[in-house]
Design a protein around this ligand. Structure first.
Ligand code: MRU
Length: 363
């Protein structure tokens, strides 16, 4: 089922609705605000895969609810009526997690959230709860992941805010805003907090080819919040920097490697190089759940490649010759030497990143 939401209500990328996940279809923004009712793990897998929900933290939260929905179906269809077959339930839940993990490869928050759901299911099964209690525990865990993300994003904003001052020009790429998280966003969190506190920032949003998250989502959500935002094409960033209009760049990320290499939306690397050439700080904002100490360098991060049509027909009509060869990676890696600082809920991390990233986890 789909519902249309009014343009004036604050938008939430996802909410839990008793027996279903209510998801804002981000592919249709900003033209239509359509809420989708998802009842199965398969529907959640498809929503992540086709980017109806996108952005690293939001993908993780959606997947966690996908586990809840999948687990509820097991208890109805495949277990004995007394709901006592815990091990069978656990095996099925682990299968659902494995399945949801195939929806997209790059954002580590997906795997982080699924690990939390697996740990919850495994530890409570061992304690001997019945299936109904186990299903409730899974829902509680998914809701905790969502609530924590909201709190974490606000803290990221608090830590980042001192880096920004009144009148500053700030460039961002892709969408690392409220739509990509439970609320506030990561890179956009300081912009929301600045706005709340009367600090005027002049935000420049790269449109972010080919899926246009900057134009369709960042420009949209900042404009809705009354924040000064100017949309530019990706290839204008250098010119805007050379004019002296940008004093900081801030972006989100899908995965930070242990050495501080940052994987984010395709085009981020070019922005980082341009920022360095112009002596502009390049900040990355993310929760600790996006930092993957098990991945040593950015070269190990799996980069998703998406359909050619995103490039050849992305504007609703053909904009390239038929049968043209296309390369469409969804993400790139910015080497750590371009990164001024990584802003997390636990504070600001600077080089040497290998040591300082490891240390933040033991704080
Ligand atoms: O392909 P997307 O839209 O899921 O890519 C999103 C990004 O690259 C974001 O910058 C990243 O996930 C951080 S969101 C807080």
């Amino acid at each position: 089922m789909t519902t249309t939401q009014s343009m004036n209500e604050p938008l939430s990328s996802l909410t839990w609705g008793e027996d279903r996940l209510i998801l804002l279809d981000q592919r249709l923004l900003p033209e239509s605000i359509i809420l989708l009712d998802l009842y199965t793990a398969e529907e959640v897998w498809d929503a992540i895969h086709t980017m109806k929900v996108r952005g690293a933290p939001a993908i993780g939260i959606a997947a966690a609810y996908g586990v809840v929905l999948g687990a509820r179906r097991i208890s109805h269809d495949q277990l004995d009526k007394d709901h006592t077959d815990n091990q069978q339930w656990l095996n099925q839940v682990l299968e659902i997690c494995k399945y949801l993990a195939t929806s997209r490869p790059t954002a580590v928050n997906l795997f982080w959230a699924l690990d939390r759901m697996k740990d919850t299911a495994t530890s409570l099964t061992q304690v001997g709860h019945n299936i109904l209690e186990l299903n409730q525990a899974l829902l509680a865990e998914a809701q905790a992941i969502q609530l924590e993300d909201e709190e974490v994003c606000r803290l990221i904003g608090e830590h980042a805010l001192p880096l920004f001052h009144d009148g500053m020009g700030v460039l961002t790429h892709c969408n690392a805003g409220g739509l990509a998280t439970a609320k506030y966003g990561t890179a956009l969190a300081p912009m929301y907090l600045a706005h709340e506190r009367g600090i005027q920032l002049k935000v420049f949003a790269d449109e972010t080819r080919p899926v246009l998250q900057g134009a369709r989502l960042t420009a949209f959500e900042l404009q809705q919040a009354g924040i000064d935002v100017t949309l530019i094409c990706d290839n204008m960033a250098g010119m805007v920097m050379s004019k002296g209009w940008i004093q900081a760049v801030i972006v989100g990320t899908d995965r930070v490697a242990a050495n501080g290499d940052v994987c984010n939306k395709i085009g981020t690397y070019s922005v980082a190089v341009l920022a360095k050439a112009h002596g502009i700080p390049f900040y990355v904002a993310c929760p600790l759940s996006t930092i993957d100490l098990n991945t040593e360098t950015g070269q190990e991060i799996p980069i998703e490649e998406r359909p050619a049509e995103e490039i050849t027909e992305g504007f609703g009509k053909r904009t390239a010759p038929q049968d043209i060869k296309v390369f469409n990676p969804a993400f790139d890696v910015t080497p750590n030497e371009y990164v001024t600082a990584i802003i997390t809920e636990k504070g600001i991390i600077q080089a040497p990143f290998k040591e300082n990233l490891a240390a933040i986890f033991s704080k």
